[in-house]
Design a protein around this ligand. Structure first.
Ligand code: CA2
Length: 146
């Protein structure tokens, strides 16, 4: 069965515990559980990594090349700053879906820029936790075309 890496970046470990007005009450653990259930329905395996460190995220992307068929990434604020993460994703040549809980295009102008988008097969944002399921669907279709 194809395996997908679900990678979450800085501060997403705090989901559900702070700023519920912006990011809701769903925790990252809840999202992982939802992803596991959904992944089993669509016939893929999922592995989760969260880090607050740019280098750790880059290493997880490098290692994905050996073990995973694709990546779902919410790079958090590194989305808007990290050329290094963009280069890592480009270098592994794995289909990658960018996801954000919030609609980054409806927020501050600095969030409208994504260094991930040019190296991703697509971007999903604004649908909260459900966006992760949408990202898994998109990736599963790319990995196992019907
Ligand atoms: O909407 C998203 O998913 C973001 O990737 C979330 C990032 C933000 O920097 C991006 O622009 C959009 C921030 C994640 C911070 O998560 C928190 C969760 C709870 C409390 C505080 C921060």
């Amino acid at each position: 069965m194809a395996s997908v890496l679900v990678l979450n970046g800085p501060n997403l470990n705090l989901l559900g515990t702070r700023q519920p007005d912006v990011y809701g009450t769903t925790t990252l653990r809840d999202i992982e559980d939802m992803c596991r259930v959904h992944a089993s329905k669509i016939g893929i395996d999922v592995v989760f990594v969260q880090s607050n460190y740019e280098g750790a995220l880059i290493e997880a992307v490098h290692e994905a090349r050996e073990t995973h068929a694709g990546i779902v990434i919410n790079a958090g604020a590194y989305t808007h700053t990290s050329i290094a993460l963009m280069d890592a994703i480009a270098s592994v040549e794995l289909p990658t879906v960018e996801i954000h809980l919030s609609n980054i295009h409806a927020r501050e102008p600095f969030r409208h820029v994504s260094y991930i988008a040019p190296v991703a097969i697509g971007q999903i944002c604004g649908f909260g936790a459900h966006g992760y399921m949408m990202a898994l669907d998109a990736l599963a279709l790319r990995i196992n075309p019907k």
